[in-house]
Design a binder for this molecule. Sequence first.
Ligand code: PLP
Length: 376
Amino acid sequence: MNERIPIAGPSISQREIDYATDAATNGWYARAGEYPRRFEESFADYLGVKHAVSLPSCTSGLHLAMAALGIGPGDEVIVPDLTWIASAAPVQYVGATPVFADIDEQTWCLSAESVSACLTENTRAILPVDLYGGMPDYTALRAIASENDLNIIEDAAEAIGSEISDCKAGALGDVAAFSFHGSKTFTTGEGGMLVTDDDALYSRVLHLRDHGREPGDVHFRNTEVAFKYKMPPVAAAMGLGQVERAEELVARKRKIFEWYRDGLAGVEGITLNVEPAGYKNTYWMVNAVIDPKLNWPKEKLMAALSQEGIESRPMFYPLSSLPAYVGRAEAVLAAKRNEVSYRLSPWGINLPSALCLEHVQIERVTETLCRLLGKS
Ligand SMILES: *Cc1c(COP(=O)(O)O)cnc(C)c1O
């Protein structure tokens, strides 16, 4: 039997190994903090934003963003129904309520219409997710945010390097968070980054992420009870290596998608990620939505692919359908309202998108998929 084809995984070069070794060996005393600072500076520079704060995860970044914006009990934050739970869980960490909005049929992200349908007098923020490397129409979302005095918190965990008209993902919200989990386009094993152009928000984040200490405080006199969210220096060293290889990693993700697109060209009944004019998608996960007429629900297709040595993942289940939320008032409403999320999710599947994959492996996936679907 052929070797299993992995769903996700990084590309680590000698550069990351050398930096991590240097951080572990020498990143102490006078050089303590050097790698987190260099990683933050390089990352901010790559995105074209003013501030970047390295963190233990993207989840902690979204939590800090909401805490720093003063979102709390009684407030509502609009999140897409179809995403990873890490987009929505931090809304509850600060005591606010997540409101699950539908996704757009093409972009699989929030739309102006779906957000408008969820606005109430308690709405404080919109949290768009750049799903699988694709992005929503931020011009439209920005218009709603301005009109209703809302903040935009961008979950860019899956979209490092994606762009709209040369503006990079992470630079489109008031504040954004990235993930460097081992499955993401850049990895530090576990890790995250918060980015913003807002000086006041940045200061507030630095204060909140270090147990309520002023940056530079040497007396350990905390002014409030807060959080401790920092990235370990050895992880930051790997992150620096990854960001220095950004062009290469992003090009590889796009190449993997191109192999799928070419391999599945002309095959009816399979819809892949879109890249509207003016957008650059970095395809964190290649996602295929299978025409229901072919009668291959995602669970059945995943099991069949696994038999063939091919790993896959389900397109996210709507959050409002998960045991974690089922029965909550906002989940009941969402399940009735979010027609597109509920219609697409059963037929969507993530195909192997690991950075280590070669053309022959993607060919094996596309050929197997076509054979299973009766298209070869
Ligand atoms: C991976 C991911 C996160 C969470 O990242 P962590 O670093 O694991 O906290 C958040 N949102 C989305 C959309 C993700 O894919």
